[in-house]
Design a protein around this ligand. Structure first.
Ligand SMILES: NC(=O)C1=CN([C@@H]2O[C@H](COP(=O)(O)OP(=O)(O)OC[C@H]3O[C@@H](n4cnc5c(N)ncnc54)[C@H](O)[C@@H]3O)[C@@H](O)[C@H]2O)C=CC1
Ligand SMILES: O=C(O)CCC(=O)C(=O)O
Length: 387
């Protein structure tokens, strides 16, 4: 039996992927083979020696200590794109809420209750809630990955001018982007030209406080900043100062904090970007399938600390080695196997940065001794045998 521990509510369709004959769910810390998580913070968590993988049912993995996981031979997965449409739709709501004062207008009408002169007061006072149109305004999109692309393309459909910035954009992403999206050479160029700026980059040490006082100063007077990516990307004090100085008109964010609560110009949403039935299901199913293929076949799809490594099963056993990306590892692993007179049926090795992963299919199930010897190597972080 393999033990799966869920640290957040995971959609039923995802849990149903795990066959009951070979998987059980556990709440016991340290007993798990794999963890399924959404936003729970694992940074300070101790991991049991048996933990092989963590799957984030979502995009951002800043709640997972990925470097520490790699050192312990734990593969960290996420579910790229699985919730992108849900976020895109909420960004649209954010754009509409910041161009048309519908939220205060609804609050006002609710405050009137069922007053007899309701219809009359509506017509008399509605001019307090006049907005502006998105059509013709410029949207700056920072980060053109799964979400940024959808937001940029949607804005084109809304007849907005769209300017995008992503110095690391993938070729696949570039193909999906509308040709009407203008390419900005720098973050500064986006900030200077946009009426609305929306951020869609991961939170990393490099992107922390991406938008701070000096960036906010570049924004057009009266512009709106939307942050559906992570709170730490925007320096809150600087945003509050920019709002107080009327440098910017609004800050719409999916990441509330005590400092932002109740402040003029701030719209707080309780981290609902991915909270649709469809996105929760997509993420849960994708995360579960990634874990199952890794636990049962050693295959890796959508890990953040290793590249994709997928090989058809052949032979009688599979050795899965998570190791450092240093010279001679492949020769060492294959040499150890051939020294025992064992035939290698198939082998696949891929690396990403400091780490690498090797799958070896062999023609005998009797490879535990080889695995035990390989585990002695300091450069080898985890060896699994799958028969
Ligand atoms: N509010 C919510 O519920 C959700 C929030 N998110 C957040 O949104 C982020 C983005 O999600 P996806 O688009 O799915 O990820 P993604 O990985 O598909 O795209 C991220 C893009 O950011 C770009 N990027 C990285 N550093 C950059 C920089 N300094 N300047 C400009 N671009 C940069 C990358 O090249 C990549 O194209 C996630 O990391 C997560 O933090 C994601 C899903 C739901
Ligand atoms: O699971 C959630 O609701 C949060 C989604 C999210 O922030 C992400 O996918 O990065």
């Amino acid at each position: 039996m393999l033990n799966i521990r869920c640290l957040n509510k995971i959609a039923e369709a995802g849990l149903a992927q795990f066959p009951q004959a070979s998987y059980q769910f556990t709440e016991q810390a340290g007993a798990e083979d794999a963890i399924l998580v959404r936003s729970a913070d694992l940074k300070e968590m101790d991991f049991g020696a048996g933990l092989k993988a963590i799957a984030r049912a979502g995009a951002g993995t800043n709640n997972i200590p990925t470097a520490r996981c790699s050192e312990a031979g734990i593969v960290v997965f996420n579910t790229p794109g699985a919730n992108a449409n849900a976020v895109k739709e909420l960004v649209l709501a954010g754009l509409l809420m910041s161009s048309r004062p519908v939220v205060p207008a609804i609050a006002w009408i609710e405050s009137l209750g069922s007053a007899a002169d309701l219809a009359q007061r509506v017509e008399q006072e509605k001019s307090r809630f006049v907005g502006t149109e998105l059509k013709g305004k410029t949207l700056g999109v920072i980060g053109l990955g799964a979400i940024g692309i959808l937001v940029a393309n949607l804005a084109v459909e809304l007849d907005m001018q769209v300017v995008g910035y992503d110095p690391y954009i993938s070729v696949d992403a570039a193909w999906k982007l509308s040709r009407q999206v203008r390419h900005a050479e720098s973050l500064e160029a986006v900030l200077k030209t946009a009426d609305y700026v929306t951020i869609h980059v991961p939170l990393t040490p490099q992107t922390k406080n991406l938008i701070a006082a000096s960036q906010l100063k570049l924004m057009k007077t009266g512009a709106v900043l939307l942050n559906f990516a992570r709170g730490g990307l925007v320096q809150e004090d600087a945003v509050l100062a920019a709002l107080a100085a009327r440098q910017i008109r609004g800050y719409v964010t999916d990441f509330p904090s005590p400092a932002l609560a109740g402040k003029r110009g701030v719209t707080l949403i309780p981290h609902l970007g991915a909270s649709t039935e469809e996105a929760e299901e997509n993420c849960a199913v994708m995360a579960a399938q990634e874990l199952i293929d890794y636990l049962e076949n050693g295959n890796i799809r959508n890990a953040v600390n290793l590249p994709d490594v997928v090989m058809e099963r052949s032979g009688q056993a599979r050795l899965c080695c998570f190791h450092r990306n240093v010279p001679n590892m492949l020769a060492h692993i294959s040499g150890m196997i051939s020294k025992q007179g064992i035939n290698i049926e198939n082998l696949l090795n891929r690396s990403q940065g400091e780490f690498a992963y090797t799958l070896v299919d062999v023609d005998t199930p009797a490879v535990e001794e080889i695995a035990a010897t390989l585990r002695q190597q300091p450069e080898i972080l985890r060896v699994r045998v799958i028969v």
